[in-house]
Design a protein around this ligand. Structure first.
Ligand SMILES: CC(=O)CC(=O)SCCNC(=O)CCNC(=O)[C@H](O)C(C)(C)COP(=O)(O)OP(=O)(O)OC[C@H]1O[C@@H](n2cnc3c(N)ncnc32)[C@H](O)[C@@H]1OP(=O)(O)O
Ligand SMILES: NC(=O)C1=CN([C@@H]2O[C@H](COP(=O)(O)OP(=O)(O)OC[C@H]3O[C@@H](n4cnc5c(N)ncnc54)[C@H](OP(=O)(O)O)[C@@H]3O)[C@@H](O)[C@H]2O)C=CC1
Length: 291
C-alpha cells in the first residue's frame, strides 16, 4: 500500500521525534495531542532540532523549511484519522491507548494502517479491540528518534503481510533499520534493557553504589553511552515502571518485579528529564544526583 501521510498521536518526546523524521523523509504529518502546550512545545523542539541539523550541515535550510511545512499540529483527533498510517505514541498506559483507539476508529479511513509505538504492551490485545486487527502492528522507535538507527516492528497474531511490508517500506524510506520482534511482553529491546535499568535501581536501593558510581561504572566499565540511571531519566521513570509492570504481569516471573525505589520516584512525580527531576535534578546548570 502507498503511504503518503502519517498521523502521530501524542506529542511527547517520542511523538515529536517521529514527526521530525517522517517530515524530513517527505511524508505529510498530522501531529495530535490532547494538550495544546505539548503540541506547541513539540513544534518548537522539532524546529530547534532541525536548526541544529542545519548548523551541523546534516540537512539544508530548504530541507528544514519544507519538512516543517509538512507538519500540521492539531488537537482534533478525526484529522489524524484521514492519514494513510497512524502511529499512536501517547503515554505508556493501556487504558489511555484504548481510549485513543476508541475515539479514532469511527473516523478512520478504510485502508488506514493503525500502529502503536508502545514499548511493551501486547499488540495482539490492542489490535483485537479494533475493527482491523490485520491492519494493526507495533511500530517501535528508539529515543532519541532522529539519532537512533533501530525500529522494532512487531506483528500481532493477526497482522497481515501487506501491513508488515508497508511498515517495513516506511522504515527503509527513513533510512533506518528494522528488527522484527514477536509479540511478547516488551518485545526485544526492552525485554533486555529494562531489567538492566531496574537492576541498577536495585543497586542504588540496596546501597551498593550511589547514582554517580553506578552510572560511571556502566559508562567506563561497560562502554555504555549513558549510565543506566541517566538513561532511565532520559526515557522517563513512569515509562520504565510501566514496562517493568508489563513484564512482571505478562511473564508472571518475580525476576521482573519493579524496584520499590523506582515506584517511589514515580509516586513523587519525579519522572526524570521531562519533569526536571529523577535520579538527577536538572533544575540547575548541571544535573545533580538526588542520591
Ligand atoms: C524505552 C524504549 O521503549 C526504547 C528506547 O528508546 S530505549 C533508549 C534507547 N536510547 C539509548 O539507549 C540512548 C543512549 N544514549 C546515546 O546513544 C547518546 O548518549 C545520545 C545519542 C543520546 C547522545 O549522544 P552524545 O554523543 O552524548 O551527545 P551529542 O554529541 O550531544 O549528540 C550526538 C548527536 O545526537 C543528536 N541528538 C542528541 N540528542 C538528541 C535529541 N533529543 N533529538 C535530536 N537529536 C539529538 C545531536 O545533535 C548530535 O548530532 P550530530 O552527530 O549531528 O552532532
Ligand atoms: N521515552 C522513551 O524512551 C520511549 C517511549 N516509547 C513509547 O512511546 C510512547 C510515548 O512515550 P513518550 O513520548 O516518552 O511519553 P511522554 O510522556 O513524553 O508523551 C506522551 C504524550 O502523550 C500525550 N497524551 C496523553 N493522553 C493522550 C491522548 N488521549 N491523546 C493524545 N495525546 C495524549 C501526553 O499528554 P499529557 O502530558 O498532557 O499527558 C504527552 O504529551 C509510550 O507508549 C512509550 O512507551 C517508545 C520508545 C522509547
Amino acid at each position: 500500500m502507498a503511504v503518503n501521510s502519517i498521523g502521530v498521536i501524542g506529542a511527547g518526546q517520542m511523538g515529536n521525534g517521529i514527526a521530525h523524521v517522517m517530515a524530513l523523509a517527505g511524508y505529510d504529518v498530522v501531529l495530535n495531542d490532547i494538550n495544546e502546550d505539548a503540541l506547541k512545545k513539540a513544534m518548537e523542539l522539532i524546529q530547534g532540532n532541525m536548526d541544529r541539523q542545519v548548523s551541523r550541515e546534516k540537512i539544508s535550510a530548504a530541507d528544514r523549511d519544507q519538512a516543517m511545512a509538512r507538519i500540521v499540529a492539531t488537537q482534533d483527533l478525526p484529522q489524524v484519522a484521514q492519514t494513510d498510517l497512524v502511529i499512536e505514541a501517547a503515554t505508556e498506559d493501556e487504558s489511555i491507548k484504548q481510549k485513543i483507539f476508541d475515539g479514532l476508529l469511527p473516523h478512520l479511513g478504510a485502508e488506514t494502517i493503525l500502529t502503536s509505538n508502545t514499548s511493551s504492551i501486547s499488540i495482539t490485545r490492542l489490535a483485537s479491540r479494533t475493527d482491523r486487527p490485520e491492519k494493526f502492528m507495533g511500530f517501535h522507535f528508539m529515543n532519541p528518534v532522529p539519532v537512533m538507527q533501530l525500529v522494532e516492528l512487531i506483528r500481532g497474531i493477526a497482522t497481515d503481510k501487506d501491513t508488515y511490508e508497508t511498515c517495513l517500506g516506511v522504515v527503509q524510506k527513513l533510512g533506518k533499520t528494522a528488527a522484527s520482534a514477536e509479540d511478547f511482553p516488551a518485545f526485544i529491546v526492552n525485554r533486555i534493557l529494562m531489567p538492566m535499568i531496574n537492576e541498577a535501581v536495585y543497586t542504588l536501593y540496596e546501597g551498593v553504589g550511589n547514582v554517580n558510581s553506578i552510572d560511571q561504572s556502566m559508562k567506563l566499565g561497560a562502554n555504555h553511552p549513558m549510565g543506566p540511571l541517566e538513561l532511565a531519566d532520559f526515557i522517563g521513570l513512569d515509562t520504565c515502571l510501566a514496562i517493568m509492570n508489563v513484564l512482571h504481569d505478562g511473564l508472571a516471573d518475580t525476576k521482573y518485579r519493579p524496584c520499590p525505589l523506582l515506584t517511589k520516584y514515580v509516586e513523587a512525580g519525579w519522572l526524570g528529564r521531562k519533569t526536571q527531576r529523577g535520579f538527577y535534578d536538572y533544575r540547575g546548570e548541571t544535573p545533580v544526583p538526588t542520591r
